[in-house]
Design a protein around this ligand. Structure first.
Ligand code: MN
Length: 128
């Protein structure tokens, strides 16, 4: 499927560029935010179908930003997936306990990433 809007909140330029290029090539519309603060603005103004949220960010972190999204009626129902290098079991549990709808581990696999993103979009469709 194409045309769905994915907001990527990620401060690492290489990670951002790779994720953006792969998704854009597959026909998704990508919004980019290098900080959580900018991501919250874009989530409110553009209402993306999915948010990929880095955890470690300058300024506000991803877990705090998730809380802001959930607290705002305009963004509370957006599916938000942690976009994280933390692959350890404890980290995963902490991320899901924080209220993320799922997670995608970095570094991404160019071959697997589009499917991972579409899977998250499909889960959103079923839950609404
Ligand atoms: Mn980061």
């Amino acid at each position: 499927m194409a045309g769905e809007v994915v907001l990527i909140i990620e401060d690492n330029e290489r990670n951002m560029k790779l994720a953006r290029d792969v998704l854009t090539f597959r026909g998704y519309r990508v919004l980019e935010a290098p900080t959580a603060e900018r991501g919250l603005e874009l989530a409110t103004s553009d209402h993306p179908d999915l948010v990929l949220m880095d955890i470690q960010l300058p300024g506000m972190g991803g877990i705090e930003a998730l809380g802001h999204l959930r607290a705002n009626p305009a963004t509370a129902r957006i599916r938000v997936v942690a976009f994280t290098a933390s692959a350890m079991k404890d980290d995963r549990e902490r991320i899901l306990a924080a209220g993320f709808d799922g997670y995608i581990v970095k570094p991404i696999s160019v071959r697997e990433f589009p499917g991972q993103v579409q899977e998250q979009l499909d889960l959103r469709c079923r839950s609404t």
